[in-house]
Design a protein around this ligand. Structure first.
Ligand code: NAP
Length: 515
């Protein structure tokens, strides 16, 4: 019997033992900084001349690792191997597949602080954010393993006398998993193992900026007993091999998490049927967000300010669920804004190898430049009341930034910035606040701060987001507790960490036998 699922607890870093364990993790990672990582195709290591160089965003002269870069030829080899491996993997007992995930989870749990420390080095994550990312990776392994055991015998259907009907789920084929850098471990691992445990074989193309943690994860899956060829590691530039993998006639599905524009591109390209292709490809797409916290005049001002600051600036605002808009009813607007400015000015920014730093860098030069250009746009659209300053001399640091008095249709209120920038807009009343909250093309997360029960019910009806929270921030969904995914241009609303997620990686089959 598998014991019931419970999410992995977060580490208490006020405890000295835990602090030491994390510091040990940093030492372990520092001992392998700058190493080379190969492609993995059919269990074989393949080294290429051309490398992706992963650097520490808090100190861009520090190389975290040099990762071989897959070409189209490598992608083709990986596809051939994955098609071959699918023939045995698809009929492997689902419980044995689930057991591999349980073993991988145990390995990661033993090396938890090493993985988190790697996220500090490779993605600039503060300790608590890195710890949550690793915990979420463990959660995905534990949760999807149990979900597969639940689904392995299908669902009951009726049979008339003299016949035996069955309704079950079978895997799809070779899936392309394309993952982002912001949950470099959790989302990369979660999307990969969902596809694997469902019986598919995978070509994993991680984000180029965080390809080392993905290489380490592939090693863990091998150690846990995953057969050769079932998971193939093909890092490379998205624009160079991405289209090739998506267009390939043997690709059965694409599981993508990333920006709106790349998601739309993949969705369009996957719709085209190529010569030799026998199916319509499936696309699971988790895309961007422009997430709002609505503050009502019947809400707790302190809770509102704390929630906005934590959701806007946790991991430098680089979460798809980050609060980048605060829509506040006019009676409490000044109070909430003032308190947010105070809290923001107290935040510490720097290299997050230091446990005390609340916020680290942003991921790379392109992100830094983009965020700073939005700061300039913001100055023309509203009032800069905190932050607005950046420094990219050693790492890509941007101070937490608050803009006040934005029109609801301002660019800062509409476009995903993906950095530590939050814009405030004033609403006449609660109805108006919800109207503003719904006025973007996205629909990922949102939160409402109010103590009025009717207003909570109204938001449940009318606030169009996939994850809606009350009297808390809008980030921090937990696997198996708050399944995660958004509406509209935030993606296909495939709920990661939810009870129907694995079904997206399978097809249902009915058999009917006369007795
Ligand atoms: P991104 O630039 O769209 O990249 C995501 C992945 O797509 C990377 O592996 C990237 O590879 C790859 N890629 C780029 N161009 C491609 C192409 N033409 N074909 C195929 N793949 C291609 O996004 P990101 O900057 O890594 O992540 C941030 C975005 O992800 C934000 O918009 C955020 O909101 C979104 N996100 C959404 C969720 C959710 O659950 N809804 C969760 C996390 C993040 P390279 O790295 O090589 O370019």
């Amino acid at each position: 019997m598998v014991k019931p699922y419970q999410h992995e607890p977060f580490t208490d870093f006020s405890n000295l033992e835990n602090q030491k364990a994390y510091e040990e993790g940093l030492k372990t990672v520092d001992a392998y900084l700058g190493k080379d990582y190969d492609l993995v195709i059919g269990g074989e290591r393949v080294s290429t001349e051309d490398k992706l160089v992963s650097v520490n965003p808090a100190n861009h002269s520090q190389v975290v690792g040099r990762v071989s870069k897959a070409t189209r030829e490598h992608a083709e080899q990986a596809m051939t191997v994955a098609l071959d491996a699918f023939e045995s993997w698809r009929t492997t007992d689902p419980v044995s597949r689930a057991d591999i995930l349980f073993r991988a989870s145990a390995i990661i749990r033993r090396r938890k602080h090493e993985f988190s420390a790697l996220l500090t080095r490779e993605a600039g994550k503060p300790w608590n954010e890195a710890d949550a990312d690793t915990a979420e990776a463990i959660d995905f392994l534990e949760y999807y393993a149990r979900q597969m055991i639940r689904l392995k015998d299908g669902m009951p259907v009726e049979s008339r006398p003299g016949e035996s009907n069955r309704f079950g789920y079978i895997p799809l084929g070779v899936g392309i998993v394309i993952s982002p850098w912001n949950f470099a471990f959790a989302i990369m691992a979660g999307t990969t193992v969902a596809a694997l445990v469902s019986g598919n074989t995978v070509l994993l193309k991680p984000a180029s900026t965080t390809a080392v943690v993905a290489a380490k994860f592939v090693e863990v899956m091998e150690e846990a007993g995953l057969p050769k060829g079932v998971l193939n590691y093909v890092p490379g530039s998205g624009s160079e091999i991405g289209d090739y993998l998506v267009d390939h006639p043997k690709t059965r599905f694409v599981s993508f998490t990333g920006s709106r524009d790349v998601g739309v591109r993949i969705y369009e390209r996957a719709a085209k049927v190529h010569p030799g292709q026998k199916w319509l490809k499936r696309v699971i797409a988790e895309m961007g967000g422009k997430d709002t916290i609505v503050v009502d005049n019947e809400g707790d001002v302190e809770l509102a300010a704390q929630s906005i600051v934590a959701s806007a600036f946790g991991f430098s605002g680089q979460k798809c669920s980050a609060c980048s808009r605060a829509v506040v009813v006019e009676d409490v607007y000044d109070q909430v804004l003032e308190r947010v400015i105070e809290l923001t000015k107290d935040l510490t920014v720097g290299n997050t190898e230091d446990r005390e730093k609340f916020m680290g860098p942003v991921i790379d030069q392109a992100a830094y430049d983009k965020i700073m250009s939005y700061v300039e746009i913001g100055k023309t659209e509203g009032k800069l009341v905190a932050g607005g300053v950046g420094d990219d001399s050693t790492g890509w640091f941007v101070q937490p930034t608050v803009f006040a008095d934005m029109e609801p249709d301002a660019r800062l209120m509409q476009e995903e910035i993906f950095g530590p920038v939050v814009a405030f807009s004033k609403a006449k009343d609660y109805d108006h606040a919800l109207e503003i909250a719904n006025n973007t093309e996205y629909g990922l997360t949102g939160a409402v701060i109010t103590n009025n029960r009717e207003k909570i019910d109204q938001a449940k009806r009318d606030f169009q987001v996939g994850n809606l929270y009350f009297n808390r921030g809008c980030t921090g969904a937990i696997v198996g507790y708050q399944p995660f995914g958004g509406f509209n241009m935030s993606g296909t609303d495939s709920k990661a960490g939810g009870p129907d997620y694995l079904l997206l990686h399978m097809q249902a089959r009915t058999t009917s036998e006369m007795l």
